[in-house]
Design a binder for this molecule. Sequence first.
Ligand code: GUN
Length: 289
Amino acid sequence: MYKIIDGKKVASEIKKEIAGEVVKLKTAGKKVPHLAAILVGNNGSSETYVANKVKDCEEVGFESTLIRFRSEITEAALLEKIEELNNNPAIDGFIVQLPLPAHISENKVIEAIDPRKDADGFHPVNIGKMVIGLPGYLPATPYGIIELIKRYGIETSGKNCVVIGRSNIVGRPLSILLSQKGMDATVTVVHSRTKNIKDIVRQADIIIAAIGSPAFVTNDMVKNGAVVIDVGTTRVISHETKSGFKLVGDVDFESVAPKCSYITPVPGGVGPMTRVSLLRNTLIAARKD
Ligand code: GUN
């Protein structure tokens, strides 16, 4: 029988740990961590993510600031706001929610963030530090997945790990972290141009699906006893929920789960861990003052 990797439960434990750290900071007369989030436009998924991030801050006792702009904002005006946050000592860390409208360069925006305040861990300086194993801010989703794997005591050393997807914010950084000393997995990254994806995924002891394609991973791609981590969160219309939407993963859970040793659900698997990683990065940033 497969076991569910309960990201919601683990995230809630970590939030309690962080809340305890906030109390300690307050007791020591220090300022509480302050996370800011910039949201451009009104992309439905981004609205939900950012609202949840603000809620998380309240839960652990952080201060938070939400800065909203209409999708018409110019790149220059957004970069100016980023510079202001870089120089504002009240803000310990901040994020710019992605995706951004097409007329704004995401790379330029990410590079404009002070690496010391880069709570998402997306800045090239932090990515570079991650690659060579120096302390810095780790990208939130990979950081959360590594923490889930550790807290569930899942063995990665010498295991065949297949990462499906090569995005800058999930697949690529995760592939690097899993192959590092301490995790010691043998990592293969597959993507849209890979030949024989099914055959490669079938060899995996650990499968990480991060492509945003609903039910991409099917029963015939999974070997018995595999660990399956589903990073997909595609929003689809649903008549079953109050909101009229539901989140679906990259894994066909019903058919795949019976073959697994461990599997993450969507929602309630990786998502809550991403949010908690952001809090951890903000706490680290606040301690640096
Ligand atoms: N869009 C999807 N995931 C993320 C994330 O982790 N951070 C930001 N800033 N935008 C995202």
